[in-house]
Design a protein around this ligand. Structure first.
Ligand code: ZN
Length: 389
């Protein structure tokens, strides 16, 4: 693809991304996936797949639930699982079974699979490894299993492309759950095992307390989203309950570079590195000052010879405080938009002056950069805490 064509495709894809993101955050995952697909297919898919976009998902915030630390990505997947149950008219118990299952199978992470299992033929390995093209926040290698539920394309759960869609994955789980006789009255672990046909057996029961507590947190939002979608008006995604004025960790990953002088120039923020396309969330309530490409190009990874933040989102939180989210692979907000803490603003990438996938996070007070690590620590957010699942 020529540079111009690539740019046209990129701007088209971004417009699509934005339209999809406007009513709800979740379609952005699908939109991002489509960035990898030729332009003509993007147009076709937009017209033919509105159904998958009908369930609202929000990013969420990290939380400690039943003694288990869950980061914003895991909480976001958990919300999706709850939302899909509510949208299908299922009760909270269905979502509880699903969450206990997802925690056992993947720690509630969207796992791609590199196809390295020796059980697979070369052809099967290649099909399985195609999962790496889709947004994911972890890697597995169990047979041909992918996604939060470790569903297997070879076992008829769907195509790899379908299985890497978090909404499809949850719908596929529930479709089989409701076919299990007496699923609402038999023990949770039996219901989960019947769906999963898993050797893990009793392991699911261990996560029932976690799943019950999660559902107590997420179910009201799921019900609100389902109710809003059954009405005529498109719903704006409701946020997870985040107390007014609070700050959250904006993305999953490890701090790889701190604030301070680097060879005479100031590194004005902190770098947090996770897998490509890890969601990035607004760290607090605010207004979008800008969401734009700040480098010569942002349709592909940058390099050290390219200046700028690449795709940058900047938020104004009032009282002179602004935050910047740099090197995003794509952004999902637009200037002037109000965001709540936990609103999805984009995805980790390596656009602009960057050599690897990460989020460059800045906090500025009256325009002057401050070290985000202690600044956020004062507000209850420990960026250096490990969030490994
Ligand atoms: Zn940086």
């Amino acid at each position: 693809m020529s540079g111009t064509a690539a740019r046209v495709a990129q701007s088209y894809a971004r417009a699509w991304l934005w339209r999809a993101a406007a009513p709800c955050a979740l379609p952005v995952f699908a939109g991002l996936t489509l960035l990898l697909i030729p332009l003509a297919v993007i147009g076709a898919s937009e017209a033919s797949t509105p159904a998958a976009s009908s369930v609202c998902s929000i990013g969420g915030t990290g939380a400690t639930v039943a003694g288990i630390e869950l980061d914003p990505v895991q909480m976001g997947h958990a919300q999706t699982i709850a939302d899909v149950a509510a949208a299908r008219g299922l009760d909270a118990y269905a979502a509880t079974v699903a969450l206990a299952t997802a925690y056992q199978e993947s720690r509630i992470r969207m796992l791609a699979n590199d196809g390295s299992s020796t059980d697979l033929t070369g052809e099967q390995a290649a099909v399985t490894a195609a999962s790496l093209q889709y947004p994911h926040d972890g890697l597995g290698s169990d047979h041909d299993s992918v996604n939060t539920f470790q569903q297997r394309w070879l076992a008829g759960w769907g195509t790899v492309a379908e299985l890497m869609d978090p909404v499809y994955a949850a719908e596929a789980f529930y479709a089989r759950l409701v076919e299990v006789p007496n699923w609402q009255t038999i023990p949770l672990t039996q219901a989960a095992q019947a769906v999963q046909v898993s050797a893990a057996g009793g392991a699911y029961a261990r996560w029932a307390p976690l799943a019950r507590e999660l559902i107590a947190m997420l179910w009201p939002t799921a019900q609100a989203a389902a109710a809003a979608h059954s009405g005529a008006a498109a719903a704006v995604c409701p946020g997870l309950p985040v107390a007014a004025g609070s700050w959250i960790r904006p993305t999953a990953g490890t701090v790889t570079s701190g604030y301070g002088s680097r060879g005479g120039t100031l590194h004005a923020g902190v770098d947090i590195a996770g897998p490509r396309n890890t969601p990035v969330y607004a760290a607090a309530d605010g207004t979008v000052l800008r969401a734009e490409c700040t480098s010569d190009y942002c349709d592909r990874d940058g390099s050290l010879s390219l200046a700028g933040y690449g795709n940058l989102v900047e938020l104004d939180h009032g009282n002179g405080v602004t935050t910047r989210y740099g090197h995003l692979s794509a952004y999902t907000v637009t200037a002037g938009q109000h965001v709540a803490a936990g609103t999805l603003v984009g995805f980790q990438g390596s656009t602009g002056n960057s050599t690897g996938v990460h989020l460059h996070l800045e906090v500025r007070q009256d325009g002057t950069p401050v070290d985000p690590v202690p600044w956020l620590a004062d507000r209850g957010v420990d960026l250096r805490a490990s969030d490994a699942g």
